[in-house]
Design a protein. Structure first.
Lengths: 380, 380
């Protein structure tokens, strides 16, 4: 018998009832039934993003909505600050470059969070910077960037927006779009939303919509103005991934039922339990500051080998954890706890980690990780 | 009890075994298991498209791949011929315009097929035209365009490619990509592939890849060169709609098992049965020439009303047929027979049509449509 477990930061584990809901006979996307579903989805996304603005939905991975943010808000030759503290920060830079945006990188050591002061200085020095691109969680490092503080800075600049990739963030910890003046917030389906990949979401502030009005970059599939018009009629411009939208209604219902505060508290508890367990095993977090509640990136000692332990997780326990990407490759494993995860899921993955480490000759007290996690979990 | 039936040209009816396959526990897209699945999918797509070239896969509606065709092959100021004989021909024109392509429209009466001679003349007159955009089936009218003949013309021009939207075409009738020298062929998941919407596909000839090399338009999510590199490693550049890809493997298996020739013959039979039934009822086809085997567009007499009969199909029989789009709105209904449809499915929809027409006061011999359809079906 082989049981399998996903502890990767996207795709994450999926509730079976949602999967079965998506297996029901498909409906047509121009029917009234779909419009009712999509209306509920729109309301649910507003709740999730904590915004009164429309949250646009696209059939694509999160990267599609990221590209949409660039080509709908900016114009050729515009300047943008890009926080590059990992693979996904670099992605913002790549997209900007493709569209002829002048990228001013703020390079951050992988594992560290950006200092908002640096952004304030850059914007003071060059007020012609149109946008600051960053992540809520840099998924490649497990670090949370201080988006609230950055938004306080961009909030004072009439001609600069903050654009947040919150693909790994929305539904994990508090990201109140409107209250924090976040101009653009992007997310995707395969993270905290407990769905398969295939849908992306993006919310825009009034200020961001003013940017959209004057943008001169080409867009068609990811045309925000067109999609807003469609959404207001409870429609999608192009044929949407209908089954995923039906699943989305279910997952948004689950989130509303649990309540955002409880959802955030659950993620906080699971994340703390995981971090304390890792430390109790004598291992270090890759995020030297501001570790995200979405995932825990763990430095793996060279004598163990991150790739080897990652492979063994799968072979011996059917568990998928993520390895490191690009410059973190072979150095870390990443254990996700965003979405459909409960207390005992974390006990499982920590126990597996302990058994693997012991087999691989790492010196520590067997059971110490689980004990530390339990200590956190019962404090709840 | 309410049974529902989809006779819309996308989404189409889905085999329940595929739906349940997609409801199995999700796997991670960087695992070996996914790579094996994707390798099989790549081979199956090659079979379906009848090409030795790579068929790229994107998580998007078909329109995403259409946009990709424009921004990966052309450069600002390039000229393109666009066959506009319906809503989707117009879409090619819209996408081109967004990207600063000089559009030379060939406007075709809705319901008619383009005359390849016109295209030959245009290309002779202006050899600087870089691309001819057309449809295999114009879904809004039910007409099949002569793509083989157009490709014979573009095949003689070293600097002009044919770009075929075969979203409603691939897997319905014979479109041998390589044999016909089709440079670019686009398709999507929610038609003959018997899947939910969310995946698009695109195949490119060597000539088309040369165009890609020198294209100067911006692209990121739909970057063909990058996606080719990923595909060669049995990977997707960005997180794919994993569950849909798993379903795709199943539907490609079904198609290979039935065999392309048998698939085409089945669609031909169902289409002929439908057309003969419609004519036996005294109704006219909207496609005055080259009706496609993918769907049958039927003119609805004004005294009946296309919108009314479309609504009644749904209310009385749980059947979704499509209405007309744009200038065909209120004038036609469109009955699809592409994908997961058998002989008796067509009998059902024709019988429903008869009963509705009779109720609505239309004069004809009850049973005449079904009889005509049966006549075609038993001739098989």
């Amino acid at each position: 018998m082989e049981k399998k477990y996903l502890f990767s930061p996207g795709p994450t584990m999926l509730p079976q009832d949602i999967m079965l809901k998506m297996a029901e006979p498909i409906i047509h996307h121009r029917e009234d039934e779909y419009k009712r579903i999509f209306q509920e989805v729109r309301e649910g996304l507003g709740y999730l993003f904590q915004t009164k603005s429309e949250v646009l939905l696209f059939t694509s991975s999160g990267t599609g909505a990221m590209e949409g943010a660039v080509c709908n808000l900016l114009s050729p030759g515009d300047k943008a600050l890009v926080v590059r503290g990992g693979k996904f920060g670099e992605r913002w830079g790549e997209i900007c470059q493709v569209y002829g945006i002048e990228v001013k990188p703020i390079d951050v050591e992988w594992g560290e969070a950006v200092d908002p002061e640096l952004i304030a200085e850059c914007l003071k020095e060059d007020p012609s910077i149109r946008a600051v691109f960053t992540q809520a969680t840099e998924t490649s490092t497990g670090v949370m960037h201080p988006i609230k503080e950055i938004a306080e800075i961009t909030g004072t600049c009439e001609e600069t927006v903050i654009v947040v990739d919150a693909i790994t963030g929305i539904g994990v910890f508090d990201i109140p779009t409107d209250a924090w003046n976040l101009d653009v917030v992007v997310s995707g389906s395969q993270k905290a939303l407990m769905l398969p990949p295939g849908l992306s979401f993006i919310a825009l502030s009034e200020k961001a919509w003013r940017f959209v009005e004057r943008s001169k970059l080409p867009k068609y599939y990811f045309d925000f103005k067109q999609e807003l018009k469609s959404a207001e009629k409870n429609q999608n411009t192009f044929t949407p991934a209908i089954t995923l939208v039906i699943g989305l209604r279910e997952s948004l219902r689950k989130i509303r039922q649990e309540g955002l505060e409880a959802v955030f508290a659950r993620h906080d508890l699971l994340a703390r339990a995981t971090r304390e367990a890792v430390k109790a095993l004598g291992l270090e977090l890759f995020a030297t500051e501001s570790p995200s509640n979405a995932l825990t990136a763990v430095k793996v000692p060279d004598e163990i080998g991150a790739n080897e332990i990652k492979d063994r997780f799968f072979e011996e326990f059917g568990i998928t954890v993520a390895g490191g990407q690009d410059r973190a490759k072979g150095k870390i494993i990443r254990i996700a706890h965003l979405g459909y995860y409960g207390h005992l899921d974390m006990i499982m993955v920590i126990s597996a980690l302990e058994m693997l480490l012991k087999e691989m000759g790492y010196q520590f007290e067997l059971g110490a990780g689980v004990r530390a996690a339990e200590g956190v979990l019962i404090s709840h």
